[in-house]
Design a protein around this ligand. Sequence first.
Ligand SMILES: NC(=O)c1ccc[n+]([C@@H]2O[C@H](COP(=O)([O-])OP(=O)(O)OC[C@H]3O[C@@H](n4cnc5c(N)ncnc54)[C@H](O)[C@@H]3O)[C@@H](O)[C@H]2O)c1
Length: 284
Amino acid sequence: MTEIQKVGVVGAGMMGSEIALSFSQNGFYTVMSDVTLERAQQGKDNLVKVLDKRVTKGKITEEEKKKYMDGIKPASTLEDMADCDLVIEAAIEVLDVKWDVYKKLDSICKDKAIIASNTSSISITKLASVLSEVSAARFIGTHFNSPASVMKLVEIIPGLLTSDQTQAAVHAVLTKIRKEPVMVKDVTGFALNRLFHAFYLEACRLIEEGVCSVEDVDKVCLYGLGHPMGIFKLLDLTGHDLNMNVDQILFDAYGDRFRPSAYIQRLVDAGKLGKKTGEGFYKY
Ligand SMILES: NC(=O)c1ccc[n+]([C@@H]2O[C@H](COP(=O)([O-])OP(=O)(O)OC[C@H]3O[C@@H](n4cnc5c(N)ncnc54)[C@H](O)[C@@H]3O)[C@@H](O)[C@H]2O)c1
């Protein structure tokens, strides 16, 4: 089994930078690239705010913050990942962009390197289809949750050609960085998004049918289900454009049980996308 020591992350956006931090805060040296060195550096700089908050709260020391930051090297080219044992792609959710990254990584990385994707909606088997059968055996899905440096769940999704060794190596390294990996088949929405969307679509039906108010559904989540946050507060944070996109993907795959919510469609049509636009289910 490949022992993973050095990690690469492609895409230094919201997920990529936090994934790089998940590794560096557990002692793994991590190279993080984006389309330019400036974008990669920007992704790294965004982590300063995240870590400063932890220092203020007394969760980590200034020395630890420096160590975690020093453990992430911004890069502009994939060539910097030639000696990585695992490269996680967290670039934008566009098939051609991801395929291009894999083809390049496949020619640059060492023979035993594992390539993983953080995709939330594209089939892992389809993503691997640009690779040879040998390389596809070393390709896998690793679906982190946001904020990735805090959330413990990672869904591991083997494609049809992913080898057992690849699955075992990825499971081992995720356990080392103190995640709680779960094995999930390569189906649309994997496990988390199927549960999440089924739950919140029912919450939307409760308000559409006039059964309860938005605030009261959130109270049910907090005080009845023990959730840390009400479902509508959470949906306002994730953004209704993204929520609708994923609803549509699940609806296309599974039909009526994921029919998008008319209420959320109206919020999107009105430009009320949640906290980022100042209004969604709540006003900010
Ligand atoms: N946002 C979430 O909550 C979430 C959760 C789980 C998984 N995901 C998945 O993670 C991936 C990244 O999402 P995000 O929210 O971080 O997006 P983002 O837009 O914040 O970041 C994407 C980054 O990819 C970069 N990029 C674009 N083309 C590239 C290329 N060819 N090479 C390298 N970098 C490139 C962009 O410059 C950008 O910095 C997507 O596949 C998404 O579906 C997102």
